[in-house]
Design a protein around this ligand. Structure first.
Ligand SMILES: [Zn+2]
Ligand SMILES: [Zn+2]
Length: 346
């Protein structure tokens, strides 16, 4: 059967290849579609990822699949997605079913780290890792993985903010890629006043949710801070460590900033002295990072996506701007809209 295979340490080794059909025990899935993101691009460029066996790895961590035969509590035809990160088997977080908080780093991740992904026709999955997709959500279920990342981030922000009396009224989302846009929609669903900012001149998708869109080419974020008097929550979803550091200065009293973008470039970034040494302390501000998602975030993600689809059906359909077959993976990797997917089965 066909699969999208790469050699993680070897740049541009990604190719469609023939791989053996799975024979292990579990739920047999036929993969319908996989979303691609910056992680897939980075693995493909040789910057990230760990092989699953030998030197190779099947890509794909944002899955939508259909159950092929009855068993393990699932029925043929059920739509499902699957978690990405799996237990390291030797830390208390993983033991408690929270590999998203793994303390060793020895976890595996589908399509990223030591475990083959979903960009292949058939996969056998552990039933405990499957997340049912509501039938009404249909192909939009392919957005479950990035949505689970945003759900976790917001859940953690609410926990951190809620350590003291706090009201989340006004949020800023920096970045208009999949994570930024999905965060915008989740916060709008919760009735939060949202500003979404990115370099693009405009974003119909952001405004369709009722968020206010800010082009940072016209209005620098520091100016927005002055105009609005700051934000209770900042979600920073851009691959730029300087922008991440700046988010501490965009908060108002008791504000929480969450970092979701990735920027591994070796560099020094600067932070305003009084923002760190004065405001962060006198105003009880927090800056934190979040990765991956707990099973509860996956369940919340599919429920939220379904509610978002009911409220903004056309906008949700517009999230996936490019759907191509497996052999056109290079186009999907190069896509700069919100989300591109690889279609394995219509
Ligand atoms: Zn991804
Ligand atoms: Zn662990």
């Amino acid at each position: 059967m066909l699969a999208l295979v790469t050699e993680p340490a070897v740049p541009h080794s990604t190719r469609v290849d023939d791989v053996p059909e799975p024979i292990e025990d579990g739920v047999l899935l036929r993969v319908l579609e996989v979303g691609v993101c910056g992680t897939d691009r980075e693995i493909s460029e040789g910057l990230f990822g760990v092989p699953a066996h030998g030197a190779s790895l099947v890509l794909g961590h944002e899955s939508l699949a259909i159950v092929e035969r009855d068993g393990h509590g699932f029925s043929k035809g059920d739509l499902v997605t699957a978690t990405v990160r799996r237990s390291c088997h030797h830390c208390i977080a993983c033991e408690e079913g929270a590999p998203d908080s793994c303390l060793t780093g020895d976890y595996s991740e589908r399509g990223i780290t030591r475990l083959d992904g979903f960009a292949r026709e058939l996969v056998v999955e552990d039933p405990e890792q499957l997340i049912p997709i509501p039938a009404g959500l249909g192909r939009l279920g392919v957005l479950a993985e990035p949505t689970s990342i945003c759900e976790r981030a917001i859940r953690h922000a609410l926990t951190i903010g809620g350590r003291q009396p706090w009201q989340l009224e006004r949020a800023l989302v920096v970045g208009a890629g999949a994570v930024g846009m999905i965060s915008t929609y989740l916060l709008r669903l919760a009735g939060i006043d949202v500003w979404t900012a990115s370099l693009e001149p405009s974003s119909d998708l952001a405004t369709a949710s009722g968020a206010r869109y800010v082009s940072t080419k016209e209005t620098p974020l520091a100016e927005l801070r002055k105009e609005t008097d700051g934000f209770d929550l900042v979600i920073s979803a851009v691959p730029d460590a300087q922008v991440m550091a700046d988010s501490l200065g965009l908060l108002r009293r008791s504000g929480v900033a969450c970092l979701l973008g990735i920027d591994g470039r070796p560099q020094a970034v600067s932070i305003d002295g009084p923002v760190l040494g004065l405001d962060a302390i006198l105003e009880n501000r927090v800056l934190f990072g979040s990765v991956n998602a707990h099973r509860q975030d996956w369940l919340a993600a599919v429920a939220s996506l379904d509610r978002a689809r009911e409220r903004w059906p056309e906008a949700l359909e517009a999230f996936v701007g490019l759907r191509v077959p497996l052999d056109r993976f290079a186009e999907a990797f190069a896509y700069r809209g919100v989300k591109a997917t690889l279609v394995l089965q219509d």
